[in-house]
Design a protein. Structure first.
Length: 337
């Protein structure tokens, strides 16, 4: 399916050096921000407490936030989930040590409710009636309290990094078997370029890096390789059809002929991601941000990073098309096994 067809090939490879310089600069900046500023890890990685509370009516998050800021918590994390009556509060380990929140170094749920949760409005205290007619409170407005220790957070970070490594190696092996090792090297550099750029954005703006964002990064890795596979497949096909064309002409034609497909594929995907970004609320916000950055840079890297690197590595017709030889004692030509 095509919306349009470009009649003359766009000379992308003529400006390959410029594209590579731009890619190197953006990559270097992302690494610089990661080293100097670091990621703003969420409680899943850094450790802390997650508290979920339910109110009888829409909760006043601003009042709770101001109350927590009043005792020295710089950036309390509050958000609605499910409905405006449900509130999720995240507190880092250092915040829990506050004497107005804890007892003996541990979060005191009763104290937290009395000093802060009630600021958001009347809590929804579910009750049940016993057989003798007495009323028993089974939930005091707090539906969940979950503690994540620093050791668990460290393990999550290590497992996340391992997942990224395994995905990257899997992509490289797949491309090496399906096409040629030069495409595998170029594609993995391009895809890791996308990942580092995403992390660079989160480091520069100090956006919260959570498990949802990590899932978005892994999704971008798998998503970006799809475009690389399409272009690599078209390059191989063009080497068969355009026997008198140069390598630059083959790559330019491969990229130009897939532009319509790229716009359709990435356009529809980005439409869905933008709907999550706009209407998904705080829970999906940074997940959608990571996907948006990954999709935009994924288009750039697949076309203007992967293809030039493949060219620098010396891709040729002989790398992708098996030579035709004659078997000894036979007149007809056959392909080498």
């Amino acid at each position: 399916m095509e919306f349009f067809r470009i009649q003359r090939d766009i000379p992308f490879m003529r400006y390959a050096l410029v594209f590579n310089i731009i890619s190197f600069v953006t990559f270097a900046l992302a690494v610089f921000f990661l080293v100097t500023r670091g990621l703003n890890y969420s409680i899943e990685f850094s450790g802390g407490v997650v508290i979920e509370a339910k109110y009888k009516e829409a909760a006043n998050l601003e009042a709770i936030r101001k109350g927590l800021e009043g005792i020295g918590i710089a950036e309390p994390q509050l958000q609605n989930f499910g409905s405006s009556r449900d509130v999720m509060i995240r507190l880092a380990l250092k915040d829990i040590q506050n004497e107005k929140l804890s007892s003996n170094g541990k979060l005191d749920a009763a104290k937290f409710k009395q000093n802060f949760l009630v600021l958001g409005g009347p809590l929804d205290e579910e009750t049940t009636t016993n057989a003798d007619g007495s009323v028993q409170i089974i939930r005091d407005g707090i539906s969940r309290i979950e503690f994540v220790g620093p050791q668990v957070g460290r393990e999550l970070a290590e497992n996340g990094a391992l997942a990224l490594l395994v995905v990257a190696l899997g992509i490289a092996v797949y491309l090496a078997f399906r096409f040629e090792w030069k495409f595998a090297v170029a594609a993995i550099i391009a895809n890791l370029h996308d990942v580092v750029i995403i992390l660079g954005f989160f480091a520069f703006f100090q956006w919260e890096f959570s498990l949802a964002v990590l899932a978005g990064v892994l999704a971008v890795l798998g998503y970006s390789v799809n475009e690389s596979v399409v272009i690599a497949d078209r390059v191989r096909e063009n080497f068969r059809k355009m026997r008198k064309a140069t390598v630059d002409q083959v790559i330019d034609h491969a990229i130009t002929s897939t532009i319509s497909r790229t716009i359709i594929t990435h356009g529809t995907t980005e439409t869905m991601v933008l709907s999550m970004l706009i209407f998904g609320g705080p829970t999906l916000h940074y997940f959608a941000v990571a996907l948006t950055i990954g999709i935009l840079f994924g288009i750039y890297s697949s076309v203007l990073v992967m293809a030039p690197i493949t060219r620098w590595l010396g891709i040729s017709r002989e790398d992708l098309i098996k030579p035709i030889v004659k078997k000894e004692g036979e007149d007809q030509q056959v392909l080498m096994p």
